[in-house]
Every structure is written in C-alpha cells, then in structure tokens.
Design a protein around this ligand. Sequence first.
Ligand code: SDX
Length: 430
Amino acid sequence: MSDDVYRLISPSGTESELPVYSGTTGPDVIDIARLYKEQGVFTYDPGFVATGSCESDITFIDGEKGILMYRGYPVEQLAANSNFIEVSYLLLHGDLPTAAQLEKFDHTIRTHTMLNEGMLNFFKGFRYDAHPMAMLSAVVGSMSAYYHGEMDASNPDHRDIFAHRILAKLPTIAAAAYKLNIGQPFMYPRNDLGYTENLLQMLFSVPAEPYEIDAVAAEALDLLFILHADHEQNCSTSTVRMAGSSGANPYSAIAAGISALWGPAHGGANEAVLTMLEEIGDTSQIGKYVNKAKDKSDPFRLMGFGHRVYKNFDPRATIIREMCHRVLEKLHREDTPLFDLARELEQVALKDDYFIEKNLYPNVDFYSGIIYRALGIPTSMFTVMFALGRSVGWAAHWREMISDPAGKIARPRQLYKGPATRDYKPIEER
Ligand code: SDX
C-alpha cells in the first residue's frame, strides 16, 4: 500500500515519516494516522475540502477533467448504453451483470416495491402540505421498525436484502408522499412495469381512469437516475457512511443521508434553481441577479452553479442539458421560456470574470429541475427524485463501509477556540 513517504518536521525538530498511498487513478493520499501520537497535532480541514475519508472502489471523479465513472465505466457510456437497474447492479456488485444476473436482479426489485401496509398509516398523520423530503426521511427511517429481522450487517444476505428494499421501496414511498400532497389516493406499485414506468404510474395515475405511460418521460427519468446514482464521498453519502460507522442500522443511515441531501447547498439545489429562475422571471433581469451572486454582502448565490469538486464542467450537466432540449421538444412542452432563460443565464455567467476566476460552472442541479417540471413533477418533489437516484449509491457505500474489516467509527477531532478552564460562579456572583 505505502510506496513513498512525506517527511514532516515540527517547529521543535520532531520528524515524522508519513506513508503515501496511491490509488488506481487520482491524487495520492498521505496517511496522517500517526501524526497526533508523534507530533501532538491534528490536521485541520473544515468541510473536508482536501481530506480523504476512506478507500473506495465505487466511483471516481476528476474535477479538473470533468470525469465521472462508476466502477470504472465513464458515466457518458452508461448514460448512452445502460439503464438505471443495470447501473444499480453495477454499483452494488462491482461489475455489469450477465443477462441472467440482470433478469434476476430486475425481478427482485420489481417484486419488493410494496410497503408493509402499516407504513401507509404514517401518511394519514402527516399534514397534507408536509414537504415530501420530510416524509421520505421519516418513513425510510421507520423501515428499521418493520424489517428488524434482517438487519445483521455481518450477514451478506441481509446486506443484499437491505439494498433491494431501499431501491425497490423508495419510489413507492416517494409517490405516496406526492399523492398526500395533492389529495389523491395512493396508487399501489405494479410488478409488470419497469422502474421508471412504475414510478410514473404511482405518481400520476388515478383509479378513475386508465393512465398511459409516456415512453419519453420514462426514458428521461431513467437517464436522470443514472446520472444521480452516485458521486463519491459527497455530503449525503459521507453522512450515510458516518451514521453507519457507529453500527446504526442501514435504514437509519439512509434516512440520515436523505436529510443531508435536502440542504440547498446539496441536493436541495435543484428545487432552489427553479425557484431562482422563477424569481429572475425573464432574461432582462439576468444581469441584476448575476451581480447579486457576485456581491459578497448579498447572501444570494446562483443556484445550480459551482461545485466542490468540479472546477470545470460537471459532465452530468452537459448530458442533462442536451436531454433537456430533446425532452421539451418531444413533449411539446411550453416550458421552453424557462429553458431559454436557463441557457441565457448560463451563457452570461460563463462569460463573467467572477465565475471564470472562481471556476463556477453549471452542476447537475442546474437543468434537472427543468426536465422534472416538463414531466409534470412539482418543484417540491425535485430533491425526492434526486434521492431516488442516489439511493443506490448510498446503499453501495454503506455496504462497502460495513464490509471493511479495518472499519472503525468515524469520529473527527477539532480546533477548540472556546473559553480556557474557569471555575463555577454561584448565581449571586454572576
Ligand atoms: C450537489 O459533492 C457533490 O458531489 C454534490 C453533488 C452530488 O452529486 O452529490 O454533485 C450534488 O450538491 C451539487 C451542488 C448543488 N449546490 C448548488 O448548486 C448550490 C450553489 N452552489 C454553492 O453553494 C457552492 O458552489 C457549492 C456548495 C456547491 C460548493 O461550495 P464550496 O466548494 O464550499 O465552495 P465555496 O462555497 O467556498 O465557494 C468558492 C467561492 C466563494 O467565493 P469566495 O469566498 O472565494 O470569494 O465561490 C463562490 C463562493 O462565494 N461561489 C459562488 C457560488 N458557488 C460558490 N458564488 C455565487 N454563486 C454560486 N453558486
């Protein structure tokens, strides 16, 4: 593992040789495990900008070159040739499935989409206008109250069953949340339908009339789920790993990841992009909002722009932008003004020195909301859609983390800046 060292000499002259490890590709890492013992200091990296938290075989990102690959397969090739169920198998098991493996996996997912009937009672308790992400995280967290019989993390079969249940049941929970929001009856899943077709019928069909699944919509959703399936050690995935590292059950770890994804700096950005575009209104206002985004005294940020890792283009944004155009044309949707506004905003920002200097480019969330909206999915459900795609990545990372024989509980340290030791004062002396 270690083929080189970094020598660190403290101000007092103490020298440490820190091992350097090389991966398959990407930057080397310096193992600092001995640093505190030998030098009495911690490293300091708020937000973990330059800190590797683990080894992983799942996903690789190169932020400078705009590279994203799942188990070594470039996302562009998977987007062009694969589908979400096949990509899910790849992320969970490490290789593309044979025809027989794919058929068995697809059948397993199709036949685990129903919820325990008792879980549907949760939706009777939520307010009709509860945010669907609040409902998703709550009901997914409750899965540990239903499936406690198969939560032995040391049992490979239980690890498989967990992954299948997460992948299969999250669309059903998501659709139930949406139906509560719009006051329509819950629609049960159908085993004769594929993953995205089933989601569309649970979202949009009603008992009162037949529902015809739009093939363009199903294909667009499948591609969006492939592009959202995993993304290395992002905030929500790291949350799943951290929660799972304590030995907490995997359903609770996934529920923690859903909560982390909800933030507007992360998966909540796709919802925030549509809200922003609607606030901008038309292209005449673009300059005003770009200036607001550049104004340090103004908290406004251009949602859907910038990325912790991609300091060039986000390969997913490139694919989604192209798909956006096709979907709007095929669906003959009148949303093109919103798409035209987004493209004009992108062009203005990409020519602006502030965005160029800070390497701020459109990310995965900039265009995805426009497609969801064109498919009839409301803004409040955008981050839920992100969670459905990312659920398989979370499950894959939880499995990798829990299977690591050298795994330990995640427990970072800090730089303490609070008060020095002081004595308690009786209240009459305060
Ligand atoms: C996702 O990690 C992942 O992989 C995430 C994700 C995934 O698939 O899991 O890719 C999904 O979360 C995509 C990102 C979605 N979020 C947004 O679109 C929200 C808007 N973007 C930002 O808030 C921001 O760009 C982040 C949070 C995405 C990244 O922030 P960083 O890496 O912590 O960078 P930063 O906040 O330190 O910004 C660097 C500079 C700052 O200016 P200075 O302090 O150096 O003067 O760029 C500025 C920021 O003010 N900046 C922006 C900006 N994003 C960064 N200025 C205006 N508009 C923006 N969008």
